[in-house]
Design a protein around this ligand. Structure first.
Ligand code: 2P0
Length: 315
């Protein structure tokens, strides 16, 4: 009746931005990510016959606001899908800077999906767990796996799941913390504004499908340079699209770091930038280049180094 699970965050190389179905969290397109080893969530779920409602603690604080509702709705779905008759105490610790575009919801709902099923002795396959985690947060479907992961868009609950497509493990990911304060508009609300721009949405879907195909090819051929150019241009495209829907996440410091990345690249070192729903910049490179470049990024922002991490696990 009690279980603890740990899940890492992931960073998309081909982005998920927009849904074709909000109730089931089905994305507009498939996406590809890398799981990190540095930022994670540890969650314990304890089912209790005496509880009349779920109780949620995040980082030792009792949560009662919209964050609680989101978790409660997710737990209701799990109870309904697997006939679990109990409410739960949920204790979650995030080792992730919150709401700064590092997608702590990915590690959070991935860990919660595992802990909430295992606590009732339901031992799901990773594929089933991935579909389940998706109901909490789309990107959580990818954090079930380590390495390089593809989330298949699918057309219904069970066909929309992720799987590992590569174990490339010589990557390094630098996280340049431009600003860790709460972001102005969360990615869920932001991505839904795309529905008001049908032409832009269509272009985004077509471009993402192309990028995804090229990225899969580059991964298959272990061609890091191609992966880098594709991921950087796709991230830039996403921010162009976001900007067109009236939302700005990047600030002048973000652009400074993007410019620095281009400069370092022109010196012959393969570094590539990607950015999510916040101003922080993530640099994708290889382990062997870290020592050469880290101090240059540190001049602009606090910079953390991460490597490729594992999938969700019981602890
Ligand atoms: C991604 N992001 O692919 C994209 C790129 C942010 C920018 O997945 O509504 O928190 O919970 O499914 O998973 C963030 O979106 O959204 C995200 P919901 P989620 O990593």
């Amino acid at each position: 009746m009690k279980h603890t699970a740990k899940a890492n965050v992931n960073i998309a190389l081909i982005k998920y931005w927009g849904k074709k179905n909000s109730e089931w969290n089905l994305p507009l397109t498939s996406s590809i990510s890398v799981t990190l080893d540095k930022f994670y969530t540890i969650t314990t779920v304890t089912y209790d016959n005496n509880l009349k409602e779920d109780i949620l603690y995040i980082d030792n604080n009792l949560i009662v606001d919209s964050e609680f509702l989101r978790v409660k709705n997710f737990m209701d779905k799990i109870r309904q899908l697997y006939n679990i008759p109990y409410y739960a105490k949920i204790e979650s610790m995030n080792y992730v800077p919150k709401k700064a575009g590092l997608a702590s919801s990915a590690s959070a709902f991935s860990a919660l999906a595992k802990a909430a099923t295992m606590a009732y002795n339901i031992n799901l396959s990773d594929k089933e767990l991935s579909s389940l985690a998706r109901l909490g947060s789309g990107s959580a479907s990818r954090s079930i796996y380590g390495g390089i992961v593809k989330w298949h868009e699918g057309f219904d609950h069970l066909s929309s799941y992720a799987e590992q497509i590569s174990t490339i493990d010589d990557l390094a990911i630098l996280i340049c913390l431009v600003d860790t304060s709460e972001k102005k508009i969360n990615s869920r609300d932001a991505m839904n504004t795309l529905n008001k721009y049908p032409k832009l949405k269509k272009e985004w879907i077509l471009n993402t499908k192309d990028a995804l195909e090229s990225m899969e090819q580059a991964i298959f051929e272990n061609d890091f340079e191609s992966m880098g150019y594709i991921l950087e241009s796709h991230a830039k495209l996403m921010h162009y699209v976001i900007q067109e829907t009236g939302i700005t996440y990047l600030n002048h410091k973000s652009f400074e770091i993007i410019d620095l990345t281009e400069k370092i690249r022109n010196e012959g070192i393969p570094v590539f930038a990607t950015m999510d729903a916040g101003p922080n910049i993530k640099i994708i490179t290889k382990k062997e280049y870290i020592q050469k470049i880290i101090s240059r990024y540190e001049k602009h922002a606090t910079t953390l180094v991460s490597f490729v991490g594992k999938g969700v696990e019981s602890i």
